[in-house]
Design a protein around this ligand. Structure first.
Ligand SMILES: [Zn+2]
Length: 308
């Protein structure tokens, strides 16, 4: 009932009111021809993409995230960011960005270029193949009570992501399990890094670990490894850093010190929130999932109003 009232109230919010104080900074992951890509992944198809972007374009102007960060008067501006580097962004979605002339910034994980399997996919593999029970029996980190919430608990900052991945690797090796190529959807070679007027690339760390779960030195290694990789390639580069997982608990003061050392002055979060026209070095992003992006914008706005 409360939700019904909230939705009804939100429907009366004029978008023009939102544009006075807030901007939509979009975060996408996988975008492609299929309407269903795979489970547990934020994916949208090209029709939804076009609808969402055209709606935003009616009220805001898309500019690259680095320009957005630099510009003083942010009113009326939007930006489009894409995390994790799914191949379908280049292979399938790029033509939509070209058609609508919308600049994008893709934040990559450098380890995928070495053919390394994303550690979250290893977690998904254990879940999909009913191996979590067995894994937990042999784990020094996790307990029986975590069985049914393994996906979320395994990315809780209290568990060092490197240790989590090591334990899973040992289990996979010991049990002689074979992960098939069902899990290889992210950029795995430099051909996906193209010099294109609408595309820039940014740092999303080497391995997409939960930074706040790591030591300060481990975090530094994660950030500089991806930076060094990007720096060697002749592409448009972003000076903005996208926090893996993007929650307020996904990074800590060590992260910010490391980033400052490496000359990253602005971070992107994924808080499912609008960005203030006065935002400075932390930018809120949201993940629009349906055709009804206007509703999503209105609901986020109302939530802000109610929070005060
Ligand atoms: Zn990510």
């Amino acid at each position: 009932m409360i939700n019904f009232i909230k939705n009804l109230a939100a429907s009366f919010v004029p978008i023009k009111l939102i544009t006075k104080s807030y901007n939509p900074i979009i975060l996408y992951h996988s975008i492609g021809l299929n309407s269903k890509f795979r489970d547990n992944i934020d994916h949208i198809n090209l029709e939804i993409l076009q609808t969402q972007l055209k709606t935003i374009q009616k009220f805001w102007k898309f500019i690259p995230i680095d320009e957005y960060v630099d510009v003083k008067n942010k009113k009326g501006l939007a930006s489009l960011t894409i995390d994790d580097g799914y191949k379908n962004i280049i292979d399938e979605a790029l033509e939509v960005f070209e058609y609508l002339k919308i600049p994008i910034t893709i934040f990559v994980n450098s380890s995928t270029f070495k053919g390394k399997i994303f550690w979250r996919d290893k977690v998904r593999y254990l879940i999909d193949n009913n191996k979590v029970d067995e894994f937990i029996n042999n784990s020094n980190l996790f307990e029986k009570k975590h069985l049914n919430k393994f996906y979320s608990i395994s990315k809780n900052p209290i568990y060092n992501s490197i240790e989590v991945e090591n334990e899973i690797d040992q289990f996979i090796l010991r049990e002689n399990l074979k992960m098939n190529n069902r899990y290889e959807f992210c950029f795995d070679n430099k051909d996906y890094l193209i010099k294109h007027p609408l595309i820039s690339y940014g740092n999303h760390t080497a391995n997409h670990y939960v930074l706040s779960s790591l030591t300060k030195e481990q975090q530094y290694d994660e950030i500089i490894e991806c930076k060094n990789f990007i720096d060697t390639i002749d592409i448009n580069k972003s000076k903005v850093f996208s926090i893996p997982f993007g929650g307020n608990n996904s990074f800590n003061s060590d992260t910010l010190l490391n980033l400052d050392d490496l000359n990253y002055k602005t971070i992107l979060k994924s808080t499912n929130d609008l960005d203030s026209i006065f935002s400075t070095n932390e930018i809120n992003r949201f993940m629009p999932k349906t055709y009804k992006i206007e509703n999503t914008l209105k609901k986020m706005y109302l939530k802000k109003l109610l929070k005060g």
